[in-house]
Each structure stands twice: as C-alpha cells, then as structure tokens.
Design a protein around this ligand. Structure first.
Ligand code: NAP
Ligand code: FE
Length: 377
C-alpha cells in the first residue's frame, strides 16, 4: 500500500500554480573528518575565533580537538567560551559576546547541540553590534548582520547549522522562543562521528526533534516543492533509524550517519518554512517543566498530523513506514519519556502558541479550539 501511494504522490509533486523560492546561504559539508578536511575554509572566516560550546560534550565527542587542530594548522588563534547551558539564556549570550569582543575575536565557531549553536549565532550578532544591549535580542525589525560564523553539530536534531533560527530563553521575561533575526552560518561542518559518544537518550530526543521539523515543514503554510523535497528525503532517512532508535538493534556508524543526515535535511526544510504548532506548543513545556526540546515537540506530532489534510498525513506516514498516527505515537512512547502534563500547562502552551501566531504557520486551517485538540485538551 505504501509503494502504491508513493507512486501516486510522485505524479502530483509539482504544483504549477505555486510560486517557489529557495535560499540557503550556508555552505554545508557532510562528511567524515570534515573539520580537518575543510580547515582552510574554517580558518578563512577570520583572524581569531570565539569557540562556543556546552559544558563538556564538545570535548568528549572530539569535535573541539578537531577545531583546535584545524585552527592551529592554519595559524588562527581562538578563545573558548564553554558555559552554554541547555536552552541558552540571553544573559549567557551577552556573556559570551562580551568575552569575544574583549578578546578581539572576529568570528564565531559553535560546537554542540542546538543550545551552543543557537547561542553562538546570537553572540555573532551581538559582536557585530557592540552598542546593542540585551534588550535587542528579542527586538524585531533590526539589522540581521553578524560576524562570520561556522557551526558544528554534535546532536542529530536541531539542524541549527543550516537554519536561520536562534532559540533563546529570557528568564526575566519568563519566555523561550526564536529571536527575530535571520542568522545563517557561513559554514556548516557535519560529521556524524561526533554522535558516537552521545547517550541513547540524547540521540532519541534529538531525532524526535528532527522528525518534528520534517512533519511541521511538510504541513506548513510556506511549504512548496523545494521544501518538500528536503522533507521527503529526510523522512525516508529518518525511517531507516526506527529499529535503532527503539533499541531493537545496536546503533552502528552507518545509523549515526543516517541520523545526522535526516537532521540536516530537517534543518534545510525549516530554513524555508519555519516550524509550526508543535514547536510553538513545546516552548512552554520546556520552560515550565524542563522537558527536553525534542520530547516536548514530539508530544504533539500525532495530534498535528491528525489535524492535517488526509493526503498530507498519508504521504508523511507512508514515507515513515507507519500505517497510522497511532503507530507514530507508539514509537514516541517507546523512545521518549512521557510524563503527565497538567492541563493548565497545556492551556498556557496553547495560549502562547496562538498569541505567537503559530496557527497561521500550519498548512491547513487551524482554530484555537483545533490547537487545543492538537495539545490533547
Ligand atoms: P542541547 O541542549 O544542545 O544538548 C543537550 C545535551 O546533550 C547537553 O547535555 C549536551 O552536553 C549533550 N550533548 C550534545 N552533544 C553531545 C554528544 N555528541 N555526546 C554527548 N552528549 C552530547 O540539545 P539539542 O536538542 O541539540 O538542542 C536543543 C536546543 O536547540 C533548544 O534550545 C531548542 O529550542 C533549540 N532548537 C533550535 C533550532 C534552530 O533551528 N536553531 C531548531 C530546533 C531546536 P553539553 O552541555 O556538555 O554540550
Ligand atoms: Fe526543534
């Protein structure tokens, strides 16, 4: 049934009445040893790098050593800021940018999951605008220019290395969300070897985030055949990892490559469409309850797909090799820790997503009541 459906859907891929746009200014390399292989391009970004990482994973996974070897080889110096926390705060961004400016850094290298990469992007923005204060991070309508930057992912979820987004938390204002700037990295260096030391929970949580990007991009108001090309390929690769993610087989180097690839494709897809309601709902769960980003987004995938047009739901499920959204939910429950979420938190999540304009991002009509259904209320 899947093969038959896919054959049919291929025939209607190009919708002639649609305007389309493709824009992705990031040069991306996806290969083993790519940091060393492309050392000269990395070093050409500037004279002194601000290397931005989380607390320890950049060292553990070997990415930081590769960056240092690459920069040393090319005679470029650096200073390291290794204090980025999960769901990075605006104050961390200001602290890192201040260090970069005090040390005379003229470019930024982010190494890590989405947290260090997003923080690094925002630091590159602030280093370009030394006169800006912290309040500018969430102020819309400003200049998007930033100092040059390279991103090196060490998880398989956010795709931040190829997206224009930077998601920050403002504890004082009590909110988490994307800042209103388009911050594309100049260079993305993707080496799945760095996933080798990641605990299974990190691989699972971040893979579910990548799946959310793919689903939310597919069922998106801005989806076109370009963005769906990335989604279709991403879903196909994501599906290859189901057994490994469920723990039914050992995770091999090839599985890590596939996971990294699906994540990058998800990033390329949302670079065009942005995300939609599940991400909009997720931020409250993460902010109020500390639920990891991927787990928070994944919780709403089934509801979102159930609300989507049948044709779209069918194609997404077919590419994933699921017969129904119940099977998708079963997979989620198997690989993510599902905890009870109080109704008032879900109501708050819906309220914030509606106020944040998330209903209009769906590629189908979604009312506030429909958003409550997606949220499981
Ligand atoms: P993360 O918050 O960057 O990292 C989660 C944990 O995984 C940290 O403890 C980290 O340790 C560890 N870790 C990372 N790489 C590892 C490795 N290779 N081996 C072992 N441990 C590793 O996780 P994430 O899910 O990638 O990023 C989530 C953030 O990205 C959220 O703030 C989310 O909103 C944002 N996001 C951004 C975009 C975008 O387009 N910009 C899209 C989706 C989500 P360390 O602290 O030691 O590094
Ligand atoms: Fe995400």
């Amino acid at each position: 049934m899947n093969a038959e459906f896919l054959a049919k859907s291929a025939a209607r891929e190009r919708r002639k009445d649609q305007d389309m746009k493709f824009f992705l200014p990031t040069k991306a390399y996806e290969e083993k040893n790519c940091v060393i292989n492309h050392a000269a391009e990395l070093a050409a970004l500037g004279k002194k790098a601000l290397v931005v990482t989380g607390r320890s994973s950049a060292v553990k996974c070997g990415a930081q050593a590769d960056v240092e070897a690459a920069l040393s080889k090319c005679g470029v110096s650096w200073v390291t800021f290794n204090k980025v926390e999960e769901n990075p705060s605006v104050t961390t961004v200001m602290e890192g940018a201040k260090l970069g400016m005090a040390e005379g850094c003229d470019f930024v290298i982010g190494i890590g999951g989405g947290s260090p990469m997003d923080a690094a992007k925002a630091m590159a923005l602030m280093m370009k605008h030394p006169q800006w204060g912290i309040g500018m991070l969430f102020t819309a309508g400003q200049d998007n220019s930033a100092v040059p930057m390279a991103m090196i992912p060490t998880t398989c979820g956010t795709g931040s290395e190829v997206t224009p987004a930077s998601v920050l938390t403002d504890h004082e204002a009590g909110k988490k969300g994307g800042i209103p700037y388009k911050l594309f990295a100049d260079l993305a260096l993707i080496d799945s070897t760095y996933l080798g030391k990641a605990p299974l929970s990190v691989l699972r949580n971040t893979a579910v985030d990548a799946l959310s990007h793919l689903i939310e991009s597919y069922c998106n108001a801005l989806a076109d055949d370009y963005s769906r090309m990335f989604v279709r390929e991403g879903l196909r690769f994501w599906a290859m990892n189901k057994a490994a993610l469920k723990g039914e087989k050992e995770i091999t180097a090839e599985d890590l490559e596939t996971l990294a690839h699906a994540s990058v494709l998800g990033g390329m897809a949302i670079a065009h469409t942005s995300t939609s309601l599940p991400h909009g709902l997720s931020y409250t769960l993460t902010f109020d309850m500390g639920i990891p980003h991927g787990v928070a987004c994944g919780r709403f995938q089934k509801g979102f797909l159930d609300a989507a047009p049948e044709e779209d739901r069918k194609e997404v499920l077919a590419l994933l090799g699921f017969e129904s959204t119940d099977e998708l939910w079963d997979m989620y429950v198997k690989i993510c820790e599902v905890i009870d979420i109080p109704a008032e938190i879900l109501e708050k999540a819906v309220d914030s997503a509606v106020k944040g304009g998330r209903l209009a991002t769906a590629g189908f009509e979604l009312t506030p009541e429909g958003a409550r259904t997606v949220a499981g209320l």
